[in-house]
Design a protein around this ligand. Structure first.
Ligand code: PBG
Length: 312
């Protein structure tokens, strides 16, 4: 046996690489426990510090959330870890041929949530609401143009802390993340997708390993939920076909009803005044076509022009 062999069967313990944040370690541990329950595999968490975790710069300045993903992928390729768990919405839509999304587990709540003293409609005029996401800012401006939207970053604890300290009246975060941290008791409103379309893939996880690590790919398949995979495939195909990045004001959400996938997507002008929003429905098995066709229809209605506006 040579040291370059990474087969888990020889080693016995699977190494799951994770960012060190509470959210990342919590969701990695959830996946590890589920894998152990389903397959009997022994899993060990390996903490990895990424550049995105130590810099204070805005994510848009350091290449977006992809920085978190690429650090874990590098460790995967080096053989320091065997697999990794990412928030699917942070995964760039351009595939990396070195790795494979071996499983997409059942999705948690896909919606966005407000943490604060009241629902959005009941916040006083001029209230300061924290979110760094152009998608959230654009849709919030459409709902409450009279509030002030303040860019923030940092982990959920830091963000919620700004409400407790009075620096902000409210913050918007993903309901799934708050749930995983046990902070969902502080939610004052959960936004329905009709009012605020979630980010493509929000609430879902991606379990990634080296391409070609066939034994492990077979094992991780136990975690996969085909319905979630179809829904997020449709959503992410819209994003890819619009050639939009993770910081673009693009929302997409697919809900399945039996064999049918109902897909809605929107591009919203950053000032919230205009949007291109379209829906479609089709078979679960045609998720990619659904996403591609919807994006084409959106581009025909000016979605590309709306997205370009923000860069000028
Ligand atoms: N971009 C950070 C990020 N990536 C995934 C989640 C939440 C959990 C999820 O969507 O699975 C968050 C925080 C947030 O948006 O509030």
């Amino acid at each position: 046996m040579t040291v370059t062999q990474h087969t888990y069967a020889r080693r016995g313990v699977l190494r799951l690489g994770t960012r060190r944040s509470l959210m990342a370690t919590t969701q990695s541990q959830m996946v590890a426990d589920r894998l152990t329950t389903l397959t009997g595999a022994t899993v060990e968490l390996v903490g990895i510090t990424t550049f995105g975790d130590v810099t204070k710069a805005q994510l848009s300045q350091i290449g977006g959330t992809g920085v978190f993903v690429s650090a874990l992928r590098d460790k995967l390729i080096d053989g320091e870890i065997d697999f990794a768990v990412h928030s699917l919405k942070d995964l760039p839509t351009t595939p990396d041929p070195r790795v494979l999304v071996a499983a997409i587990p059942p999705r948690d709540d896909p919606r966005d949530a407000l943490v604060g003293p009241a629902k959005l409609a009941d916040l006083p005029p001029g209230a300061r609401v924290g979110t760094g996401s152009p998608r959230r800012i654009a849709q919030l401006r459409a709902l409450r143009p009279d509030l002030e939207y303040v860019p923030i970053r940092g982990n959920a604890d830091t963000r919620i802390g700004k409400v407790a300290s009075g620096e902000l009246q409210a913050v918007v975060l993903a309901a799934a993340g708050l749930g995983r941290l046990g902070r969902d008791g502080e939610i004052s409103e959960v936004f329905e997708p009709g009012d605020m379309l979630p980010a493509p893939g929000q609430g879902a996880l991606a379990v990634e390993c080296r391409a070609g690590d066939d034994d492990l790919i077979g094992l991780l398949a136990a975690l996969d939920d085909p319905r979630t995979r179809a829904a997020v495939t449709a959503e992410r195909t819209v994003l890819a076909a619009l050639e939009a990045g993770c910081s673009a004001p693009v929302g997409a959400f697919a809900a399945d009803a039996g064999h049918i996938l109902n897909l809605t997507a929107a591009v919203v002008a950053l000032d919230g005044t205009r949007s291109v929003r379209k829906s479609t429905a089709g078979d679960l098995s045609a998720a990619m076509d659904l996403g591609r066709d919807l994006a084409a229809a959106m581009i025909a209605e000016g979605a590309g022009t709306l997205m370009e506006e923000r860069t000028h």
